[in-house]
Design a protein around this ligand. Structure first.
Ligand SMILES: *Cc1c(COP(=O)(O)O)cnc(C)c1O
Length: 406
């Protein structure tokens, strides 16, 4: 680990446990489609998909054909669905690699039929019905017409019928109940004409963990599998965070009272303060909004972020942390000793949602996949003793930088 400036520990055992929690709740008859869009919410899609396959996941959902192909080239053979839709330029590759495609219009239906025919392949499509999300999806009153078109097309296969939930409780919009009613009415009409085939699916993490969504043939879960308890959840407190974001103190210095820290000098030392610089910034997934707001864990204690978060660096006040040293591990997301920074809490502090933080963890951050509880694999070694003693902080910094094995 010492070679890394910053790394994301990805605890694959936690993923296994979360998938088991989900599996227990849905029973044997419902499939899990693990959503791995945005590089598996920043966790690393190919590694996550392989591990999930071993844990019994039978399908994957992605955002774009590029993501689908990354999985295929990474050796994932399971069905992969582009959840939203594709643009015309993506059609050929999708068909070539048997990627399932979300479908919502007559136009796209015809383009796919023509392309599949030219390529001598079958396009597997999931009809997306807009029951209240208002984003993609065909309106319910046009759905049966599209299903007829799909059934009549020689090179299209209906692999699923889906809808997407906008909000479990629907405080300011239609909730799951009315979305379900619309979906059910389309399904009834389609069944009457024998137009239904493949998987019927609706539920995301929020639908499943709020207990409000019918499960049908498959649940499309993302955030809950990564260990974040979904919005409006009524259960699932046993979900385990999969990712921790860590770095090390790269420099320590004692600033006299009145010194300012960071761009625009938004923080001023009220007294003599010890400031640690961390080699991570907003490009690495530390939200700029955490400037003068967030906290970081060092030696099992909380240290406040002081000054602005910049692109490559973040500064924290470690005055109250005994024996703090250069090379000490700093945890931006995750636990250290008894302290814990949950993705949800960090997101709240940054006035955003956990999804945005997870998928903004940058590509400079190494993903380190661990299976700490699986016998025969190495355990997580997060702490390391720099053994520098009680020297002047400034000297410690310089010496340690010179001698660190990099
Ligand atoms: C992202 C996505 C999901 C997964 O949502 P989570 O809240 O992460 O469980 C499910 N379905 C569709 C269509 C999505 O775009």
């Amino acid at each position: 680990m010492d070679a890394y400036r910053a790394w994301a520990d990805v605890d694959l055992d936690a993923l296994t446990r979360n998938l088991a929690v989900i599996r227990n709740a849905i029973g044997d008859k419902v499939e899990v489609m693990l959503v791995v869009k945005a590089d598996a919410y920043g966790h690393g899609a190919v590694a996550i998909a392989h591990h999930a396959t071993r844990a019994g996941v039978t399908a994957f959902g992605v955002g774009t054909s590029t993501e689908a192909l990354e999985l295929r080239h990474g050796g994932i053979c399971a069905p992969i669905l582009v959840l939203g839709t594709i643009v015309d330029e993506e059609v050929v590759a999708c068909l070539h690699h048997d990627i399932h495609i979300g479908l919502h219009s007559m136009n796209r239906c015809r383009t796919l039929q023509a392309a599949a025919r030219r390529q001598g392949r079958i396009a597997r499509v999931h009809l997306n019905i807009d029951t209240g999300m208002g984003r993609l999806g065909v309106l319910p009153e046009r759905a049966v017409e599209l299903l007829r078109e799909i059934q009549a097309a020689s090179h299209l296969e209906l692999a699923g019928i889906m809808t997407h939930i906008s909000s479990p409780k629907g405080d300011s919009c239609d909730g799951i109940a009315s979305q379900t009613a619309r979906f059910e009415s389309v399904l009834a009409d389609a069944r009457a004409e024998d137009l239904v085939s493949g998987w019927v699916h609706m539920s995301n993490s929020a639908g499943l963990f709020s207990g409000t969504s019918p499960l049908y043939d498959c649940v499309r879960v993302g955030i809950s599998a990564y260990g974040v308890v979904p919005k409006d959840a009524t259960w699932g407190s046993d979900l385990d965070p999969v990712m921790s974001l860590r770095t090390r103190i790269i420099f320590l210095k004692d600033l006299p009272a009145g010194s300012t820290v960071g761009y625009d000098g938004t923080w001023t030392a009220a007294g003599k303060r010890r400031i640690a610089t961390l080699p991570v910034g907003y490009n690495d997934g530390v939200p700029w909004r955490l400037s003068n707001q967030g906290e970081v864990l060092v030696r099992g204690q909380r240290a406040p972020i002081v000054g602005r978060v910049s692109m490559d660096y973040t500064t924290i006040d470690v005055t109250d942390i005994k024996d703090v040293n250069v090379d000490d591990v700093a945890t931006l997301i995750g636990s250290d000793g008894d302290e814990n920074l949950l993705l949800r809490d960090v997101a709240k502090c940054a006035e955003t949602i956990p999804y945005e933080i997870a998928c903004s963890i940058g590509k400079r951050v190494a993903r380190v996949f661990r299976t700490p509880n699986t016998p025969g694999t190495s355990t997580c070694n997060q702490k390391r003793d720099s053994g520098e003693g009680e020297e002047d902080a400034q000297d410690t910094a310089d010496e340690s930088l010179a001698t660190s094995p990099r």
